[in-house]
Design a protein around this ligand. Structure first.
Ligand code: AFD
Ligand code: MN
Ligand code: MN
Length: 397
């Protein structure tokens, strides 16, 4: 069934403003704890990551910013931030969210902001303050810390003390934010700690954000939930509270698998996007949400997988944009359960691809960004340029 004019206009309007941020780490060689298979096209420094991300933006038209990890992308700290930002601008993109890294150094073995040693708590706070400085130097708004603090065995950590250390540390970090910056607090139920994680769910992240200050919000990583959790309900509550800062988007089969968005459960992502479209319909104002991808791929070609992710995100958001909210509300008010569900499902089942392709043509973009990227020869060129640095490894890393 073809779409109505109203639906086509809704898709055009949505795609005109829908932007999604790419993670620098998705373009580099990553892997699992069982090792990694090196990709000859993989980027190995911020310049190459930005170049690859700029190609994804060139063909999709909706990825103007690149999320960075300070230890991996700003090796000289603040001194690296401005040159990286300039390189990004030269490529037609910009540096997006800045992730501190308080989980890799040996010092953080027993935690960062909640480490029993005050000196390490101070060290991790100083790193977060430096990251806020780097974000400012790069012209970035969002600082997105993810903490691995927690414990693996009962009795090995005082969970209330950890809570208080986090309240203290995040309040101190928030105090140094520039007026236009935000601190987006991410949560995750487990991994790499397995008995308790200090910021384990949306409630803890919400409470810590509210205690940190008015520029702190919650970051929802779609892979950071138990299998049966209703993520769209969490999104609805955070939206209603003005506390949803943004997303790390990915899909998962078992845990935080960081798979391609919509590859396992596209209906769930559609329902999340529907809550955002419904909020915007009911409030009449756009939700100020950062859509970021957080995926890392061991097997798929990196830039192609990013284009695939972006195309899927546009498709699922376009489906959410055509839900008939007035009819849905009317059916809900009369408890017409089947009609209400069918109203939502009919949007999800609609094939929005022809209209998206029309929107791309109207923007001077190729109707199929993946095909256009493949025809561009970029991948072949960078494989030649980056040759000689990667051999597949079969042993555990
Ligand atoms: C891992 C963590 C978390 C974090 C990301 C980037 O689980 O999602 O945001 O790495 O640091 O996926
Ligand atoms: Mn994440
Ligand atoms: Mn994750």
């Amino acid at each position: 069934m073809s779409l109505t004019n109203r639906q086509e206009e809704a898709i055009f309007r949505t795609l005109d403003t829908f932007q999604i941020e790419l993670p620098s780490w998705a373009f580099a060689n990553t892997g699992t704890r069982f090792g990694k298979f090196l990709d000859p096209s993989a980027a190995s420094n911020i310049e190459e990551k930005l170049a690859d991300a700029a190609q994804v933006n060139r063909f999709t038209g909706c990825c103007p910013s690149v999320a960075v990890h300070v230890l991996w992308d700003f090796p000289d700290g603040v001194a690296s931030a401005a040159p990286a930002a300039q390189k990004a601008r030269d490529l037609g993109v910009r540096i997006g969210s800045v992730s501190p890294n308080v989980f890799q150094d040996q010092d953080y073995k027993y935690g960062s902001l909640a480490n029993p040693q005050a000196a390490i708590r101070t060290r991790s706070l100083d790193h977060i303050l430096d990251s806020i400085e780097m974000a400012r130097a790069a012209g970035s708004r969002d600082i997105t810390p993810w903490f691995t603090d927690g414990s693996n065995y009962p009795g090995t950590a005082n969970m209330r003390q950890h809570k208080r250390w986090f309240e203290e540390g995040l309040r101190a970090a928030h105090a140094t934010l520039a007026p236009d910056q935000r601190l987006l607090i991410e949560y995750k139920p487990f991994e790499p700690t397995f008995y308790h994680t200090d910021i384990a769910d949306w409630g803890m992240a919400l409470q810590l954000a509210k205690s940190a200050g008015p520029q702190a919000k919650v970051l929802v990583d779609t892979g950071h939930h138990y299998q049966t959790q209703n993520i769209e309900q969490i999104v609805a509550w955070l939206l209603d509270d003005g506390m949803l800062g943004g997303f790390h988007l990915n899909d998962r089969r078992f845990a935080d698998d960081d798979l391609t968005l919509g590859s396992i459960d596209p209906y769930q992502i559609f329902r999340i996007f529907h809550e955002i479209c419904l909020y915007q319909f009911e409030t009449g104002s756009p939700a100020d949400i950062a859509f970021m991808v957080d995926q890392s791929h061991n097997l798929k070609p990196k830039a192609e997988e990013m284009i695939q992710t972006v195309m899927r995100a546009q498709m699922l958001f376009a489906k959410a944009a055509i839900v008939d909210h007035a009819t849905l509300a009317a059916e809900q008010s009369k408890c017409n359960l089947i009609d209400a569900e069918e109203c939502l499902q009919s949007a999800f089942q609609s094939d929005v691809r022809p209209v998206i392709e029309e929107w791309r043509r109207s923007k001077g973009l190729a109707a199929n960004p993946l095909a256009a990227f493949r025809e561009s020869g970029y991948l072949k060129r960078v494989i030649e340029e980056r040759a000689g640095r990667a051999q597949a490894v079969s042993s555990y890393a």
